[in-house]
Design a protein around this ligand. Structure first.
Ligand code: AKB
Length: 342
């Protein structure tokens, strides 16, 4: 039997997974889409994929079965516990975020060997991999490069940074002392800023104040952000996040000069985001009640990132700057989304 070329998406029921499925599903002659998540895929997406697996990235038996059933060409590994959830359950987060990634990297190297070609492994990392030492440094550092300030203060950030290293290890050094060298894995990683979708809300992140203020306001609810008004980190809207994943996956291997790439669209303070929301919804009731613990986490993330390597190597450029993100995507989409419910 000839097995169909397959794309495997883990964490498919998260918001990046949803965006990726919507983008990939209508493509002509696309590989089979096999999606894995601990939760059953949202009803609205079930008809868009070829197989839905409700299961755990920690279930190695399940992953082995997948490896025998499908010719896996590309894995988008999105499954993770986000930063706030991870702080409440650090050891569980470590298991899911790290052991889950190890399991998929191992699946990839073994699968690559059987098919004689490395599996493309696209990993979603995060600005949480950074740890700015204090607010003065955060302000003076400007756009930080991929290699600076890598001292994360969250379990999630530590997990993401370590998994970036694991990706490099499995790609280049796995089984380096054995007689038969591994075929490795074609590991590629984007470090995402805070993501904002007009369609879905994230669960358990710490950059969530941005999407939360927008979604609450669009539903005519008051919102108290858990950060100071001047809190600044980089953000990106979901269509650009999907664009980044697909562009990195599609880039010719010889153009890839590093394993981890920053990507960014706009960097704004929570107050500037609120002003934009108020411009569209003048009745918005947004306040700022900084919670020390979560504030501390966001303060440890850079105010902006340098994504020039992604721009140079694989032509990264966001479609949505700050104004366009709100005017052409967030506001019209979110109005449509809640029209019937408000
Ligand atoms: C989170 O807040 O945990 C995520 C992230 C920045 O990776 N949105």
């Amino acid at each position: 039997m000839i097995r169909k070329n397959t794309i495997l998406i883990t964490g498919a029921d998260g918001e990046v997974g949803h965006g990726l499925i919507r983008q990939l599903s209508p493509l002509p002659d696309r590989p089979a889409l096999v999606v894995l998540d601990i939760r059953k895929l949202d009803r609205s997406l079930r008809g868009l994929v070829d197989r839905i697996i409700v299961g755990d990235v920690l279930d190695t038996k399940l992953l082995e079965t997948l490896s025998t059933e499908y010719e896996i060409d590309t894995i988008f590994h999105l499954a993770a516990l986000l930063s706030t959830s991870s702080e409440f359950n650090p050891e569980t987060a470590h298991r899911v975020n790290v052991q889950g990634t190890v399991n998929l990297l191992k699946l990839s190297v073994d699968h690559g060997l059987t098919r004689g070609k490395p599996v493309k492994f696209v990993y979603a990392s995060s600005i949480a991999a950074y740890g700015m030492p204090n607010l003065e440094t955060k302000t003076s550092a400007g756009k930080v490069s991929e290699d600076d300030y890598l001292h994360p203060i969250t379990m999630y950030g530590c997990n993401k940074l370590y998994c970036e290293h694991l990706g490099r290890y499995y790609a280049r050094y796995y089984q380096q002392l054995s007689a038969t060298r591994s075929i490795g894995v074609d590991f590629r990683c984007v470090r995402f800023p805070g993501l904002i979708s007009a369609i879905t809300l994230p669960t358990g992140g710490t950059s969530d104040y941005a999407p939360e203020m927008l979604h609450a306001t669009a539903q005519r609810k008051a919102y108290a952000a858990f950060v100071r008004e001047d809190t600044t980190i980089p953000f990106m809207v979901m269509p650009d996040a999907i664009k980044a994943l697909l562009a990195l996956a599609a880039a010719p291997r010889e153009q890839i000069t590093r394993q981890v790439y920053n990507v960014s669209s706009f960097s704004r303070s929570a107050g500037q985001l609120a002003d934009m929301v108020k411009r569209a919804f003048p009745e918005a009731a947004i306040s700022f009640k900084s919670s020390d613990a979560r504030q501390n986490i966001v303060d440890s993330w850079p105010a902006d990132v340098d994504d020039s390597a992604a721009r140079h190597d694989w032509g990264w450029a966001p479609d949505y700057g700050f104004d366009r993100a709100f005017d052409d995507y967030l506001i019209p989409t979110i109005r449509g989304r809640y029209q019937s419910t408000t």
